[in-house]
Design a protein around this ligand. Structure first.
Ligand code: HEC
Ligand code: HEC
Length: 368
């Protein structure tokens, strides 16, 4: 039913749009339009070309007529290769004839004859969309004739019936009575919360957006990847230095600018707080410097972080710096999980200065 309903809705919408266009632009002079510099008034021919829908009561049916014998000739030439000589269909193309009385079966055969409620929709559909690949190539007489042929094959009209605009809205289709109005409100008008039936949350709160929490790169594509790769080389170099002189480095306060670091921390804010023990998407970072990895109260860490905790790894300046430079590489290189799996989905900071500034701010704002 829904397929057909969607088709009908499209048809009705198209009709509405056409009416709107003709109302809005029929005083065709540019000066009458609200934005005269934009676009051009649609000509009557353009409107007519769009306005091809035929409604269930036949409204919109064009001049012309046809009978089943005439339609059969066109059908054999233009439709039979897909829908079969008798509408039985070749391969997996839609069956057009038969299926009557099967709608309650386990495998109902829905065809334009057994299922569709209005003959005018058959005309509309064929005129609009068929033959597949060469849509809207048929004349109105041809479409009337093919529609008559298909209705006749479905035992709806006799073979000498002359189908035209005056009667297409009056033909009784076998399944018409089984279509009923759907009184439910339009789904889009209903709030998601109203659809919840049990264990409903009082309200939905957006905690972060992909761009802000840095899972979406600012600029996509190859250029961004290349830039990221280049930048990744910087922190790596810094790490090598750190390894060379570990003892001295651990104690050294970063030479960063805390004010600038506050801005950098905006990238962390969606997931972390510094000034309380509250966990968000990520664990609280209050007092994180010197703390053992994976020990914020009540936070559920990844396996890698739990492994680091078991090893007694601490959040030294170097470790925090390496983590924010690339969480994935940090987990690979410092914790030893090959795939670098962590729950911190953060792309990483590219510039050493950003990292220095960030650490300075974090220490000032509750990290230490
Ligand atoms: C190249 C193959 C092909 C040709 C030729 C073709 N059709 Fe179709 N027809 C299709 C396909 C595919 C669909 C289903 C389209 C869809 O669901 O989007 C279809 C759907 C239809 C339907 C709707 C069936 C339903 O139950 O939803 C009708 C009616 C129809 N075609 C009539 C015709 C007529 C009449 C002609 C000749 C003028 C014709 N077709 C030519 C492939 C074809
Ligand atoms: C998308 C959310 C998210 C963002 C953005 C994010 N983090 Fe994290 N962070 C997490 C999660 C989740 C964890 C826990 C990791 C795990 O268990 O694998 C974590 C862990 C940490 C830890 C280790 C804490 C501990 O208790 O062991 C630090 C330090 C940290 N993040 C700092 C930062 C900093 C600094 C930034 C900003 C540059 C940042 N994070 C950005 C989600 C995030």
């Amino acid at each position: 039913m829904s397929v057909w309903r969607n088709q009908m809705r499209t048809v009705v919408l198209a009709a509405g749009a056409a009416a709107f266009i003709s109302m809005a632009v029929s005083p065709a002079s540019a000066a009458d339009r609200k934005y005269p510099a934009l676009g051009a008034a649609a000509t009557p021919e353009q409107i007519q070309a769009w306005d091809i829908d035929v409604r269930p009561d036949g409204l919109g049916a064009p001049a012309g007529s046809g009978t089943a014998p005439k339609g059969e000739a066109v059908y054999i030439e233009k439709c039979a290769m897909c829908h079969g000589d008798f509408g039985e269909a070749r391969g997996r193309y839609p069956v057009l004839v038969g299926g009557h009385g099967t709608l309650k079966d386990q495998r109902p055969e829905k065809t334009i004859g057994s299922y569709w409620p209005y003959a005018s929709t058959i005309f509309d559909y064929i005129k609009r969309a068929m033959p597949f690949g060469d849509a809207q190539s048929l004349t109105n007489d041809e479409v009337y004739a093919i529609t008559a042929f298909l209705l006749n094959m479905n035992d709806v009209i006799d073979s000498d019936f002359v189908l035209d605009a005056s009667n297409i809205g009056k033909i009784e289709m076998p399944n018409a009575a089984n279509f009923i109005d759907d009184p439910r409100p339009d789904a889009q008008a209903v709030k998601v919360a109203d659809l919840c039936m049990k264990d409903c949350k009082p309200e939905i709160k957006v905690l972060g957006r992909a761009v802000i929490i840095d899972v979406t790169p600012d600029k996509g594509g190859a250029a961004a990847k290349a830039a990221a790769k280049e930048a990744a080389a910087e922190p790596a170099a810094a790490e090598t230095k750190a390894e060379a002189a570990p003892a001295a480095q651990v104690a050294a306060a970063p030479a960063g600018d805390a004010d600038a670091g506050k801005k950098v921390f905006n990238k962390c804010k969606a997931c972390h707080v510094l000034d309380s023990a509250k966990n968000k998407i990520g664990p609280s970072l209050q007092g994180v410097f010197g703390r053992t990895v994976g020990t914020a109260d009540g936070f559920k860490y990844s396996k890698a972080f739990m492994a680091a905790k078991d090893k007694g790894m601490k959040w030294t300046d170097e470790n925090v710096a390496a983590l924010v430079a690339s969480p994935k590489d940090f987990v690979k290189e410092h914790i030893g999980d090959d795939k670098g799996r962590t729950r911190m989905s953060f792309a990483g900071l590219r510039k050493q200065k950003e990292i220095d500034d960030l650490l300075a701010y974090m220490k000032q704002a509750g990290g230490q």
